[in-house]
Structures are given as C-alpha cells and as structure tokens.
Design a protein around this ligand. Structure first.
Ligand SMILES: C[S@@+](CC[C@H](N)C(=O)[O-])C[C@H]1O[C@@H](n2cnc3c(N)ncnc32)[C@H](O)[C@@H]1O
Length: 358
C-alpha cells in the first residue's frame, strides 16, 4: 500500500489530466447535438423521434459505467500496472486544428449519411490497391482510412464518440499484458499491434514498458505516418504498412498480439483469416488481446444502442460482429479463450495460444 500522500498526488494528477479532456470531448459532443438540432430546424424537419426508452441505457447508467471505467483506470495506476497515463492529445494549437478538422467534416458526413454514400474512397488511384471491404468511408468520414486529414481527425472523432474515454478503454488491455509480462525481461519480448491506426494504444504500451520491442501494423499509409510521428521519440518501436490478413512475420515469433477497435470493421470471412494469422505468429503460451465493442447480450441494457450504431456511423460489418462467436472461432486455431472483461461500451477479449502441454 503506497503512502497516503503519494496516493493523494496520484489521484490529483489523474483528475487533473482526465477531467479537462473529458470536458473537451464531451463539449464537442454537446456542440454536435446543438448543430444537428439547428440543421433540422432550418430544414423544417420535425425533431428526431425519441427512441424507445427500454432499448437504450439510461444517461445515469452510461455515466456510472464511464465513472467505473475511469475508477478502474486509476486503480490500475495505483497498483503499478501502468504509470499515470499521458494521453498526449497535443498542444493547444494542435487540439484546435484537430477540432477544426472535426467540425469541417460534419456537413460531408451528414450528406453521406443522408444518401448512404460510403464509396467515395474508391477512385482510380485506390481501386485494386486495397481490398474492396477496406475502401469505404467508415464512420462516413471523408477519406475513409486513406488520407492525412482523416488520420489527423480520427482521434478527435473517436474521443467525441466515447465522450473522452477511448484512451481509457484502450488501456484496459494493459492489465492483460501485465499478467504475462510480469517478471520477464521486456527487452526479450515482442508485441505486435494490428490495425494500430494512429498509434495511441502503442503509446500506452511504451509508457508501461519503454524497452519492449513493438511493431504497429496497419493498411493505411497515412495512419502509419501519423503513428510514426506520434511515437517518434520512442525506441524499439517500428511501424509497417501491411494487411493483417497476411502478417509479414514468422510463425511463433510474438509474445503478444493486440488489436484495438478493428475487428468490428472486418467482414466475417476476413475476421477468421486475421484471427488465424494472430494464432500463427504467436508463440505457444503467447497472448492475444482484442479490445472492441460490447457484443449483443454482454450488457443487455446496451443492446438497443449497439443495434442502432451502424445506421449512424457507416459500419457495414458491425451487425455481424455483434453476434460473432470469437471463442468458437479461436478454439480450432489453437487459441484458448481466457476471459472477457467489459469496460464501458467496450470489452477486452483475452486468448492464449496453447502449448504442447495444454
Ligand atoms: C477503427 S480503426 C482502429 C485504430 C486503432 N487501433 C485505435 O485504437 O483506434 C481501424 C484500423 O484498422 C485498420 N485496418 C482495417 N483493416 C485492416 C487490415 N485488414 N489490415 C491492417 N489494418 C487494417 C484501419 O486502417 C484503421 O487504422
């Protein structure tokens, strides 16, 4: 048990870092709602129909689950699993720049949502260079995964969606890694993060294990460039542009593979291929940690909200994700399902690669 003064300093430090960013992103969410109301008023539309209350979690439930997530995040810090997290959202001019990018894209998002337009990233330049399922305007955002602007806008968009808790949800993968890394020489371990995006999760991995060799793999050149910039001061950190359906690493080479918020964006067929690639590159005894959305039935109060999500954000494979049997797919691949841990609107799924003795 740490000294009460150290505990107090940790709690104050945590609050001083987290509360302003919650306010910042929740403030964006509030502005978004007001803009939508105003747009509907100008267009002479009637207000959006209120959803059936039984199908959605109450505001009280949402806020209490958010608070539970943050309390667990702090408890992980207090128990030494990871240091007081630095979210590194950027300087004030950078935050304002990203905020401007976020608001600038709203009219185009609205237009795509109204017309179900999600194929704008299929151009002469991109066609055939990426799988067809990948070339879509996920979240209806401009550029899909293909442009610098999209990469610069992404983290604001995700944090606004989750009211500033996206990073705290990502960090819930760390205790699952701590469990298998504890007592080992981090320099001799290897971690791969697939669909690493802008590198936010790897940043937290490196805050916890600065000398752990890590590799971030993503199919977007723009997102990988952003991730490289974000982690430029970190040693033992590499990034690769590549497809998680064919991970460019040898069999049995990784102690841990992680994937954050990616599996719900893969078609069912591709999900199976990517899972088999994770199993292939993991060493026997190695661990796969997936953080993604809650699935149907995990928290029944959230089922209605999850069912509605893909209509508002272009998420063509989300409905199939909600009922996907990950433990069932993983088993024949040599992966044993260890546990699921729900964390606000996300869940952490943990699998270990079986050894010969298992
Ligand atoms: C919703 S984002 C998640 C990014 C990041 N992991 C995070 O924590 O926010 C999904 C990411 O997966 C990447 N992706 C999707 N399909 C992929 C594939 N088959 N191979 C590699 N990356 C892929 C996208 O480029 C995008 O960066």
């Amino acid at each position: 048990m740490s000294h009460p003064l150290v505990r107090l300093a940790t709690r104050l430090g945590y609050g001083a870092r987290q509360l302003p960013r919650l306010a910042w992103y929740a403030g964006h969410g509030y502005a978004l709602q007001q803009l939508a109301k105003e747009a509907r008023r100008r267009a002479g539309d009637s207000p959006a129909p209120a959803p059936a209350p039984s199908s959605l979690p109450s505001q009280r439930r949402l806020y209490s689950d958010m608070a539970a997530l943050l309390a667990r995040d702090l408890a992980n810090v207090e128990s030494g699993i990871y240091p007081l997290p630095a979210d590194r959202d950027g300087t004030l001019p950078m935050l304002l720049h990203r905020s401007r990018l976020f608001f600038k894209d709203l009219p185009d998002i609205h237009r795509r949502r109204e017309s179900n337009g999600h194929d704008e990233v299929v151009t002469e330049e991109t066609r055939g260079r990426r799988p067809r399922y990948y070339l879509q305007n996920f979240h209806y955002q401009s550029g899909g995964w293909m442009t610098e602007e999209s990469a610069d806008r992404y983290d604001t968009q995700v944090e606004v969606l989750f009211k500033g808790t996206a990073n705290a949800m990502r960090r819930q993968a760390l205790p699952q890694l701590h469990e298998i890394f504890a007592g080992k020489d981090q320099r001799k371990l290897h971690l791969l993060d697939i669909g690493c995006g802008t590198g936010r999760f790897l940043d937290f991995v490196k805050q916890a294990w600065p000398r752990l060799p890590v590799l971030g793999l993503d199919m977007s050149e723009a997102y990988i460039r952003h991730a490289r910039r974000h982690l430029k001061s970190r040693s033992w950190t590499r990034f690769l542009v590549g497809n998680a359906e064919a991970i460019p690493l040898p069999d049995n080479s990784q102690n841990a593979v992680t994937s954050i918020f990616m599996f719900h964006e893969l078609p069912p067929r591709v999900r199976r291929i990517v899972l088999s690639e994770c199993a292939r590159v993991l060493r026997p005894g190695g661990r796969l940690v997936i953080v993604d959305s809650l699935q149907r039935g995990d928290e029944p109060d959230y089922d209605g909200m999850l069912a509605r999500f893909p209509q508002n954000y272009h998420e063509p494979y989300f409905a199939s994700y909600l009922d996907e049997d990950f433990a069932g797919i993983a088993r024949p691949l040599g992966l044993t399902h260890v546990r699921d841990v729900n964390a606000f609107v996300s869940k952490v799924m943990v699998f270990d690669k079986r050894t010969q003795d298992d």
